[in-house]
Design a binder for this molecule. Structure first.
Ligand code: 5GP
Length: 198
């Protein structure tokens, strides 16, 4: 079976990171690690959460075509390293990109068969209180992220699926189900069809 690109977007505070880390480990997932120019938060590690790079290093990667997509988000650059994604797709994995909407749409332009999932908390008020509780941004940055959330939500109809993250376990289950169903689409199973024909 061929691999699959699974993109998970959603406003900051929608719980993407938590949900992605809990995707069923027995399934064939590979989590892409992005490059960013923002500083690490407490507890974040280079090479595990992100590849933390200077703007110059980021520019170098972009100019050398090492990024599958890239975008600016709240004054910082973010991008997906191309090679890892390519390798994992070729080995049949469902590669998960947790990225914002502009990057997601760049990927969709290049790979029509990518699966785009939008994750939302149940309400805007809940989004706000999650950002406050998380305590990783000051009040000004939280407002910036909320503004950005309004922009991102306008593009929701470009996505294939909407998952409400009311309970993490339920959101994870829904995403596992989407990926399972997507993997059964005939166009992703040409080899099985050829095998049947003998
Ligand atoms: P944070 O700073 O909260 O880790 O991430 C900010 C936003 O950037 C989130 O919406 C996250 O999904 C997005 N993001 C993380 N990595 C990438 C990437 O490689 N490409 C793009 N386009 N967005 C990313």
């Amino acid at each position: 079976m061929k691999g699959m690109l699974v993109i998970i977007s959603g406003p900051s505070g929608s719980g993407k990171g938590t949900v992605v880390k809990r995707l069923d480990p027995v399934r064939n997932y590979a989590l892409s690690i992005s490059v960013t120019t923002r500083s690490p938060r407490d507890g974040e590690r280079d090479g595990r959460d992100y590849f933390f790079r200077t703007p110059e290093q980021f520019k170098h990667m972009r100019e050398n075509n090492q990024l599958l997509e890239h975008a600016v988000y709240c004054n910082h650059y973010y991008g997906t390293p191309r090679n890892y994604v390519k390798e994992q797709i070729n080995s049949g994995k469902a590669v998960v990109l947790e990225i914002e909407v502009n990057g997601a749409l760049q990927v969709r332009d290049k790979f029509e068969e990518a699966v785009l999932i939008f994750l939302l908390p149940p309400t805007l008020a809940e989004l706000h209180s999650r950002l406050v509780r998380r305590n990783t941004e000051d009040a000004y940055r939280i407002e910036d992220r909320i503004k950005r959330a309004h922009e991102e939500i306008k593009l929701i109809n470009k996505y294939d699926y909407l998952v409400i993250n009311d309970r993490v376990a339920d959101a994870v289950e829904r995403i596992n189900t989407i990926v399972e169903a997507e993997s059964l689409k005939p166009f992703r199973n040409r080899d099985a069809i050829l095998h049947f024909k003998g």
